[in-house]
Design a protein around this ligand. Sequence first.
Ligand code: GAL
Length: 379
Amino acid sequence: MNVKKFFAAATAATLALTLAACGGEGAGDPDPTTAGPVDAVDARIGVAMPTQTSERWIADGAAVEAGLEALGYTVDLQFAGDDIPVQAQQIDQMITNGADLLIIAAIDGTALAGQLQTAADAGIPVIAYDRLIRDSANVDFYVTFDNYQVGVQQATSLLVGLGILNADGSAGDATGPFNVELFAGSLDDNNAFFFFEGAEDTLAPYVADGTLVIKSGQTTIDQVATLRWQQETAQRRMEDLLTSTYSDGSKVDGVLSPYDGLSRGIITALQNAGYGDNMPVVTGQDAEIASVKLIADGVQFASIFKDTRKLADQAVIAAQDFLAGKTPEANDTSTYDNGVKVVPSYLLESDIVYADNIQSLLVDSGYWTADEVASGIAE
Ligand code: GAL
């Protein structure tokens, strides 16, 4: 995916115009929300991303960087290799290097309180990116998707794949019972709880009436979580489930997976166990290119498309507002309580990706090219 594709030209132009109207001093104001404007040419923005092992974060980092640079800001973009102390050090370094604002996608949403206190003391606004930073008063804004709704969509795609629902939401013909297994994300990522809750609430009536059977009995988020969203960990758990629960000749019909990386690990475990021609319905998230190809090929059933270009745009708009001494516009001021305060948020919408809407959702919008979908490799 070409970086330049990420930052919608129209938005960049609008932002540049708005920015041109700003100027002045004030980065030293200890209250970031009332800080005066910072001159674009002088402004330095630290962007802390969790890892480069997932292509989505590479894309997010590149998109945020491109958007900020288009406005004339200096960007310090760092990836932390999913290592919590490394991310803390990177943020310390950004502050030492004179950051005027921080945009942070945390690895562990509870581990950055010290860094954020230092930032607050220096009057540096902090924007939480995609993942909420918890247990700190010093988070000024949050840009993300409607994460509960993502979970609803993941569960909905599972029900559609099983034929219990039709894609338009009406009741399908299938009645089950179907054997399903649940996976969740990393417990140190606040999003994992929202995804799981949205999915749980959606699946609950079908579990209650016996249409869905969670045969392993592993139903709580603690039992089904995947530390650091690791593909290998999900693969191992799926292998263990197949051995412990399905060696009696019974079959898995569906797997709720909250992220494409996990889905690919789950699919590998299923393929190794002989499910190749009769793959269960496996869900996902992020529309990663390798998974989009698997969906096109009928191997993975669905994913959730969260347009990272739009998320990056929102982060850039919020950054620009803070640096101009303004409060960014929130569209949600009730959902994201981080344990200390409700963080004003801007939520974006997501879409379910099925084989038959890859073209309209992902190719027509320029997110992936037809060649990338065909090869499963980002260019
Ligand atoms: C979550 C994010 C998901 C997925 C996951 C694993 O925080 O919201 O979209 O990327 O991390 O990286």
